[in-house]
Design a protein around this ligand. Structure first.
Ligand code: SAM
Length: 221
């Protein structure tokens, strides 16, 4: 076993346990659903939950529900009773699984599911968000960013997953596929965007934490 797996087990042993529903969802996804490794998992789920505790968002948008692990993790971190999550998934075959586990977690009132292409659905949303979690198709990250940006409240956050893309971002010449290109273009757009503060957490496949600067008092925070 590699050192990374041992460290991951050490971390897992020292953080909060998954809820029973998340544990069951993790197992169910790995037994029954293709490409189960796309799911956030225990450590990232707890991180998203903790970020929701810290940011205390009233409204969250997620792009890429998959089987619902990250949506349920974030819902577990919401302290405000009226806080709400909208989550978009293109693959409607996942609907019964997502619904089953959202119901098990008793988050039917907290999480709204939307099925379809996020690029078509986002322009129809008449709502502002305090947090957007981008975890859809990596080739489309630049489009997601441009579409969600106007919907984010001043001082709101974007968390984007997989932005190190297994290290491939370091070598765009060898890795000239559309997925790597999408991630690299996204990272460059964020880097050049003076409207945001940004930091990368080198956890798993890399998380970009982006804060839309407040323009309320004309300050450059
Ligand atoms: C990495 S998985 C999401 C994992 C999930 N957020 C979690 O942490 O458990 C990416 C998901 O995005 C979905 N997806 C891809 N393109 C999309 C699009 N244009 N609109 C909405 N969902 C999309 C895929 O079907 C897949 O289920």
């Amino acid at each position: 076993m590699g050192q990374n797996s041992e460290l991951e087990r050490y971390i897992t042993n020292h953080i909060n346990e998954e809820s029973d529903t998340l544990k069951e969802l993790y197992r169910y996804t790995h037994i029954n659903i293709l490409r189960a490794r796309m799911l956030s998992g225990h450590i990232q789920g707890q991180l998203l939950k903790m970020m929701c505790r810290m940011i205390n968002p009233a409204s969250i948008l997620e792009i890429g529900t998959f089987t619902g692990y990250s949506a349920i993790s974030m819902a577990e971190g919401l302290t405000d009773k009226s806080a709400h999550i909208d989550t978009i998934e293109i693959n409607d075959e996942l609907k019964p699984v997502i619904e089953k586990f959202i119901n098990k977690a008793q988050f039917e009132d907290k999480i709204s599911l939307h099925f379809g292409d996020a690029r078509e659905i986002i322009p129809t949303i008449d709502k502002k968000f305090d947090l957007v979690f981008i975890d859809g198709d990596k080739r489309q990250y630049p489009e997601y960013y441009n579409l969600v940006f106007p919907l984010i409240n001043d001082g709101g956050y974007i968390i984007a997953d997989n932005i190190l893309w297994n290290g491939k971002v370091l070598d765009p010449i060898t890795n000239s596929d559309d997925y790597t290109k999408g991630v690299i273009e996204f990272n460059e757009i964020v880097k050049g965007d003076e409207r945001v503060e940004r930091v990368i957490i080198p956890f798993r496949d890399g998380l970009f934490l982006i804060r839309k600067a407040s323009t309320l008092r004309g300050q450059s925070d």
